[in-house]
Design a protein around this ligand. Structure first.
Ligand SMILES: [Ca+2]
Length: 97
């Protein structure tokens, strides 16, 4: 009998699966990277708090380390790290001192 995935394992699978879903969007582009249009769709559907005009362009500029105009999985990990750090800072500020 397979063991049930832990919360962290489930979270990691969701993070990875989200990348795959938007990278392989069926738009005919490279199914292993997220382009600006796919990033814009991901922001709208998955990160509504960040859904502002120009956000996809801004994030792509920040995260596209090899400047090929797309976000590969390693660059996507930079987004996840940054969002995790922001979440940590927000939650830490709310804790009693
Ligand atoms: Ca890139």
């Amino acid at each position: 009998m397979a063991k049930e995935a832990t919360a962290l394992e489930t979270g990691l699978a969701i993070i990875y699966g989200t990348f795959v879903k938007y990278a392989d969007s069926g738009d005919g582009g490279d199914p292993t990277t997220i382009n600006k249009k796919e990033l814009s769709k991901m922001i709208t559907e998955q990160l509504p708090l960040l859904d502002e005009e120009g956000m996809a362009k801004t994030l792509m500029k920040e995260l596209d380390e090899d400047e090929d105009g797309t976000m590969d999985f390693m660059e996507y990990c930079g987004l996840i790290t940054g969002l995790s750090m922001i979440l940590h800072m927000v939650i830490s500020d709310q804790l009693p001192k």
